[in-house]
Write a protein that binds this ligand. Structure first.
Ligand code: SAM
Length: 361
């Protein structure tokens, strides 16, 4: 299988390089309104935002910042297919402007936008991003009643364009090959991802750029891609940053598009892509290792009925029988476009049968 990955360094309020109704899944994390690290971007988009902050009119600045994001959301809805899924990672913000400290609920603004633009709001995921700062608790300290809660969760908001579910061909091979394990379903489709904390390990060499990009951990787009798309689908990230969504799409053999206004972040991506083959292998191995561990425990209580066609290990449900993980065979780059050739992932090479049966006994 082959996939294509295209990155455009420009403002995503215009994504005219993409035709209408071609994106199956959008995954992104925009700059967060009212978080100071993103002020510069919003100020350069609309100078009134800066003026409102200066004058102490926080709510007006907040409103205008969301209007900037809305330009990208509107354009995103043009390119997403009917039935396509939109996943937006966002945190709320707290800030003192003038004399008032208050919460700026970004997740509410974004939810309202999509709800008012022919999308259905679906159940969300929370994940924890702990703050290590010793000054993280604000307000009146140990004395009631003027202290504030510290925000340490982020939201993954999930919407579907249109009212109807996406339709697939009966017994679609791509869909069945893209299935996930039963125990992964139980973890991934829960509303709190407590096992995901902090930021991506893939950015260690670029601390400064990492801090400026606020990259999310690769597990986030990787899971969402596996949950809401199938092999060969088109994934879009309109606030691409360092390209974590593209990396996850490459690992998962989906096509991708990314838009980013800051070309400097491409350095982090160039560094990460060098390790993508290895990263793909280790993610696949980890998933299978965890599955075998799970089966060993599960087998003590219940007999597992089904066998994986491609890997010969037991699986809990018939829907998992055709699971097929993919490896990266070859990457070709031309400017900011990548062509990738994928092949079947082989777990422990040819001896897989022996290894699996010894592990699960
Ligand atoms: C929170 S970061 C995304 C981080 C990304 N998820 C990652 O893992 O690296 C938001 C990104 O959106 C970019 N950005 C902001 N406004 C934009 C716009 N209108 N069009 C394209 N990119 C934009 C910023 O430069 C920043 O890199």
């Amino acid at each position: 299988m082959k996939t294509e990955h295209k990155i455009y360094f420009k403002n995503s309020s215009d994504m005219s390089e993409i035709e209408s109704n071609v994106i199956d899944l959008l995954i992104t994390s925009p700059p967060y309104p009212m978080i100071e690290m993103w002020d510069k971007i919003f100020f350069s988009a609309d100078n009134n935002i800066k003026e409102y902050i200066k004058k102490g009119e926080g709510l007006k600045a907040f409103q205008l910042m969301h209007e900037e994001l809305n330009n990208t959301w509107r354009e995103s809805l043009r390119v997403v297919k009917k039935g396509g899924i939109i996943c937006i990672n966002i945190g709320d913000s707290t800030r003192k402007i003038g004399n008032s400290f208050q919460l700026y609920p970004n997740h509410v603004k974004i939810t309202n936008f999509f709800q008012n633009h022919d999308c259905l709001v679906l159940p969300i995921i929370l994940w924890r991003k702990p703050t290590n700062s010793p000054t993280k608790f604000m307000g009146s300290g140990m004395l009631p009643s003027n202290a504030y809660i510290t925000l340490e969760h982020e939201y993954i908001l999930i919407f579907r364009k249109g009212e109807k579910n996406r339709k697939f061909k009966p017994k679609s091979e791509e869909r069945y090959n893209s299935a996930y394990f039963w125990e992964e379903r139980n973890k991934w489709f829960s509303d709190e991802w407590s096992d995901i904390i902090g930021e991506s390990q893939t950015l260690k060499n670029y601390e400064n750029l990492r801090a400026r990009s606020a990259a999310f951990p690769i597990e986030i787009p990787y899971r969402l891609i596996n949950m809401f798309s199938i092999y060969g689908d088109n994934i879009l990230d309109p606030f691409w940053g360092t390209g974590t969504t593209t990396l996850a799409a490459m690992i998962s053999a989906r096509n991708s598009f990314g838009y980013e206004i800051e070309p400097e972040f491409s350095k982090v991506f160039q560094n990460n892509i060098k390790k993508i083959k290895k990263l793909t292998e280790s993610i696949n191995k980890e998933r299978i290792k965890n599955h075998l561990k799970f089966i060993k425990k599960y087998n003590k209580n219940k007999q597992v009925k089904y066998t994986s066609v491609n890997y010969d290990f037991p699986v809990v449900t018939t829907q998992e029988k055709d699971i097929l993980l993919s490896s990266i065979k070859d990457i070709k780059r031309s400017d900011n476009f990548y062509n990738i050739e994928h092949t079947k992932f082989l777990y422990n090479g040819k001896n897989s049968k022996k290894v699996h049966s010894s592990l699960i006994k």
